[in-house]
Design a protein around this ligand. Structure first.
Ligand SMILES: [Zn+2]
Length: 403
């Protein structure tokens, strides 16, 4: 799949214009209300550092479009107008999330509060574009029918698959990436599915889901380590997603943590994901390439000798990775989640203690368990159109007002 950038970095300058500021402020207001469940305009002005006039304009627009709901006025007893508590209207907008990987497709539709309203799943052993796109088309129709939701309020779809994307000479083949998607970009997917589609790597999408709805909602600086077939990371720095120059930031699976260690498809030796990934676990258990190489099968396995052996081989490289990430980024926490079944994930995280001393405090907060399990990426995918402040569908919904 192609990365988003089209110009050399040196020729692009990020600008701030009025339109950008407006979209950004609108997202900030929606996010702040969502995080706090219920806020007055005065609270919002305080928490977002926007002027009362700007808050008033934005909330009027969002109320008009049905994305915010106004509660009964609160009496403050003293002076001025009574304060009206605002909350997010779950039915203000919807979003579809698609997770494609080596085993199949999971698709969900979620509402503005992040609640899943419908879910569909299909096995797909050959996840090529020719096989996957017609299937996803069917799933979209199925979700639309079964959810009974007003599809005109759909903000779009997030489409997620394993990375890295479009790195010449590195992992365009191999067991942890999908073949045949090199020439597919968001525009091609939007055309194929007839709805606006945002494309993202699994780790980044899962991190966005964790930030919007999960345990990372209060963290401004964190790295989300996603244990999937391979290993990737989503980086939130200063409250913003950091994706890098070619959308491949966070490809920590190919950080070398064991020089001269296990050979990797990328051509190097000792890459982190050769130790910490479902693929590495499958290999240790003698399941690689077989029909039993699935998270569902792992979920039913006892954590015995071979499992312990994998935990031992994964723990030290992962401790080293945590140390590198903390030292480099001064993050509040490393959140670990992904497709690894929760029992295995818990055992892995426990095995990492004690962590090496670092610039961070020596406490349990440095490592946190993120969401895990089958739907975590699809949920993150559904968060993409909601998280994207420049999503043009926001403008459409705001212009059309209440449904
Ligand atoms: Zn590698």
């Amino acid at each position: 799949m192609k990365s988003q950038a089209t110009l050399p970095d040196a020729l692009t300058v990020s600008g701030t214009n009025l339109e950008h500021a407006r979209s950004h402020n609108r997202r900030a207001v929606l996010e702040t209300v969502r995080l706090n469940r219920q806020l007055t305009r005065a609270d919002l002005a305080r928490l977002t550092a926007l002027t009362p006039q700007t808050v008033s304009n934005i909330t009027a627009e969002l109320l008009d479009a049905g994305m915010l709901l106004a509660g009964s006025p609160l009496r403050d007893g003293a002076r001025g107008q009574p304060a009206v508590p605002l909350s997010v209207n779950p039915d203000g907008a919807y979003s579809m999330g698609v997770h494609l990987d080596h085993q199949g497709v999971i698709a969900v539709v979620s509402d503005l509060s992040g609640r899943v309203r419908a879910r569909a799943e299909r096995a797909l052993p050959q996840a090529t574009p020719a096989a996957a796109l017609p299937l996803i088309d069917q799933l979209r129709d199925e979700l639309r029918r079964e959810s009974g939701l007003d599809w005109s309020r759909l903000l779009g779809a997030g489409f997620v698959m394993p990375g890295p994307f479009g790195v010449e000479g590195m992992t365009s083949v191999g067991p942890t990436t999908l073949p045949g998607w090199e020439e597919i970009d968001g525009r091609a997917l939007s055309r194929a599915l007839g709805i606006p589609v945002l494309l993202q790597k699994d780790a980044t999408a899962a991190a966005i889901g964790e930030r919007l709805y999960g345990m990372a909602s209060q963290l401004r600086n964190f790295v989300y380590l996603f244990v999937g077939t391979g290993l990737g990371a989503g980086l939130f720095l200063d409250g913003r997603l950091y994706t890098g120059g070619r959308s491949n930031a966070g490809e920590v699976g190919h950080m070398i943590v064991a020089p001269g260690g296990r050979a990797c498809e990328c051509g190097n030796r000792g890459c982190l994901e050769r130790y910490v990934s479902l693929q590495a676990l499958y290999e240790t258990l003698g399941l690689a390439d077989g029909a039993l190489a699935t998270p569902e099968h792992l979920a039913g396995l006892a954590l015995d000798g071979d499992g312990e052996r994998w935990l031992d081989s994964a723990a030290e490289p992962l401790r080293q990775a945590v140390n590198i990430l903390e030292s480099l980024l001064d993050i509040e926490a490393v959140v670990i989640g992904g497709l690894l079944p929760p029992r295995w994930l818990n055992a892995l995280v426990r095995r990492l203690h004690p962590l090496p001393v670092s610039i961070r405090h020596r406490d349990g907060e440095r490592l946190r368990l993120g969401s895990a399990g089958r739907d975590v990426v699809a949920l993150g995918a559904a968060a993409l159109p909601i998280f994207d402040e420049f999503n043009p569908q926001y403008e459409v919904l705001l212009k059309n007002g209440r449904a």
